[in-house]
Every structure is written in structure tokens, then in C-alpha cells.
Design a protein. Structure first.
Length: 133
């Protein structure tokens, strides 16, 4: 709450990219199984933070009279890319190798972070809108 929803979204997005950058380490040292355990724990931790920030942001976008409908619509649109184009990731990983694949994924997240900055400017979190009124 101290840093606000917008900054929390940005911070957690950067944390997720950092967690994604740990996977090439696993590709370089596949014989060390504890590395997978550490990476999985870090990723689960960052996912929990980002889910919380994202849900807070979505909740703030909803109008009080139509919260259930708007929240259902927004939360169902969020994983759209995950259920459509994410299936091609296996083909890309097979072609490039795991280390290169995760480096590509980390760079592919950067336009999403830039888009997040644009969205936050166009649709500021609720606490920002309340201060402006």
C-alpha cells in the first residue's frame, strides 16, 4: 500500500522479468537440481506479488455498481495471450534451445512493461484518481 498500486504493478513486472532471467542459469547447470527448486520458489513468490497488484488494479478500475460484471470481464481477458499464442512457445524453445529461449522471453517482456506504463498513464490506479478529485 505504501508504494501504490501503479508502482507495485511496475515493480512486480520487473521482478518477474528478473525471475525469468534465472532460467538460463538452469540451462547452463542442468545437473544441479536445487537450482530448479530455487528458481521455482522465486518465480512463485514474484507471481504472488504480481497477482495481488494486478487484482488490486483491476478492482480499482471497476465501477461500484457493476463490479462483478466488469471484474469478470477484465479478469477473463487478462490470460488471453496465455491461452492463445503461448502454445507456440514450445516450438520456439525446441528451435532455439532453452537458454536462448528464456533470454528471448525476458526481452519479449520489455514491450509489455512499456505498455504497462502507457496504461497506467491513461488509466491511473484508483488512489491516484481519488487524489486528483
Amino acid at each position: 500500500m505504501r508504494i501504490g498500486v501503479g508502482r507495485a504493478l511496475l515493480f512486480t513486472a520487473l521482478l518477474q522479468v528478473a525471475a525469468l532471467c534465472l532460467y538460463p542459469v538452469l540451462g547452463l547447470y542442468p545437473h544441479l537440481p536445487y537450482i530448479l527448486l530455487i528458481i521455482s520458489a522465486v518465480e512463485a513468490f514474484t507471481d504472488a506479488f504480481s497477482d495481488t497488484a494486478f487484482l488490486s488494479y483491476l478492482s480499482g478500475l471497476c465501477h461500484p455498481e457493476h463490479t462483478a460484471t466488469q471484474y469478470a470481464l477484465l479478469s477473463s481477458l487478462a490470460p488471453l495471450a496465455l491461452h492463445t499464442i503461448a502454445g507456440a512457445s514450445g516450438f520456439l524453445a525446441a528451435r532455439t534451445g532453452l537458454v536462448s529461449f528464456f533470454v528471448i522471453c525476458a526481452f519479449a517482456a520489455l514491450p509489455g512493461i512499456a505498455l504497462l506504463l502507457v496504461i497506467l498513464r491513461l488509466y491511473p490506479p484508483k488512489e491516484t484518481r481519488l487524489k486528483a478529485v
